[in-house]
Design a protein around this ligand. Structure first.
Ligand code: MTE
Ligand code: MO
Length: 309
């Protein structure tokens, strides 16, 4: 577990220029993912310019090649093939964009994405591990989910947080396929959502999120499988009951509500014991809670994680 909390860094420690230069270095050092997407990725990475963020959770792991992060995606609203989102997600209009906070809370409200962007952004390197067995290391920029939740002042009876992706049939060519029930939905238990690792990402590699990665705002829950990290969020609701989740609806025996990265509990079709880091050839062992056990294991103390998979 190489994550390091760096609360003593100030915003000035990471200037937009540093972020920009580092990204160029990463790109220059990139070993090439062989997708022929260099042009697209470069464009995507230069959407608006540079976000300023202070580094908080950091690791010394090498970030995954930017081309892979922005060219190999799961975003079923734009097609089930991992090469489709980069081609079709540009159709999504990401401004203006609001996020509705509602349900069991004292201050339901609708927040404009740019208001959130003006908040204190943090840059963190997190692994993202897909249940299918591949993983990436990504420098995300975002806002702690807990801060956004606090704006709405959830009531004590609110035990869960439900998330919903935009549903725009005219912009999302994939939703004509009924493979999933739309809109895509996800959920966390309130204490999971309040954990400092849970991030609402608005950028990666120092820039705004490319659409295929979930612009303008997506969840990143680094100790859970990638599919929990719902993209292009328009609604966050507080509920007393466990909310439905898209993949659980699709195949309840394969995808549970919790979906914690757990090398000891296999998916019925894929081993979870090891993973292939995109850009590497040798598989590496998967770590409990994706390596974040120190931060999150206490959330599941006493729970049978085979039952609550
Ligand atoms: N709305 C929505 N969010 C989604 C998905 C999706 O299909 N639709 N796919 C999930 C899956 S399976 C993964 S692995 C991650 C991939 O995120 P990335 O493309 O940024 O790597 O997004 C998750 N969030
Ligand atoms: Mo995934």
């Amino acid at each position: 577990m190489l994550i390091r909390h760096a609360p003593d860094l100030t915003e000035n420690d990471v200037t937009p220029k540093d972020v920009y230069i580092r990204r160029r270095e990463i790109m220059a050092a990139g070993i090439g993912f062989g997708l022929g997407l260099a042009g697209t990725a470069t464009q995507a990475a230069q959407v608006t310019g540079k976000l300023s963020a202070k580094r908080t959770f950091w690791t010394n792991e090498t970030p995954t090649d930017l081309e892979a992060v922005t060219g190999y995606n799961n975003f079923y609203e734009f097609g089930t093939d991992k090469l489709e989102p980069v081609k079709y997600a540009s159709a999504l209009t990401t401004r203006p964009w609001t996020v509705k906070l509602d349900g069991d809370c004292a201050k339901p409200q609708t927040v404009d994405i740019d208001t959130l962007l003006k908040g204190a952004l943090e840059e963190r390197i997190y692994r993202l591990r897909c249940v299918e067995g591949w993983s990436m290391v990504i420098p995300w920029i975002g806002i702690p989910l807990a801060e956004v939740i606090k704006r709405a002042e959830p009531l004590s009876k609110a035990k869960y947080v439900a998330f919903e992706t935009a549903l725009r049939p005219k912009e999302m060519r994939g939703v004509s396929d009924r493979i999933l029930q739309w809109p895509y939905v996800e959920g966390l238990r309130m204490d999971e959502a309040m954990n400092p690792l849970a991030l609402l990402a608005v950028g990666l590699y120092g820039d705004l999120l490319p659409n295929q990665n979930g612009a303008p705002i997506r969840l990143v829950v680094p100790w859970k499988y990638g599919f929990k990290s719902i993209k292009s969020i328009v609604r966050i609701s507080f509920t007393t009951r466990e909310p439905p989740t898209s993949w659980n609806r699709y195949a309840p025996r394969e995808y549970g509500f919790y979906s914690n990265v757990n090398p000891q509990v296999d998916h019925p079709r894929w081993s979870q014991a090891s993973e292939r880091r995109i850009g590497e050839f040798k598989r590496r062992p998967t770590l409990m809670f994706n390596g974040y056990a120190d931060n999150v294991a206490q959330l599941y103390a006493g729970m049978d994680l085979k039952k609550y998979y």
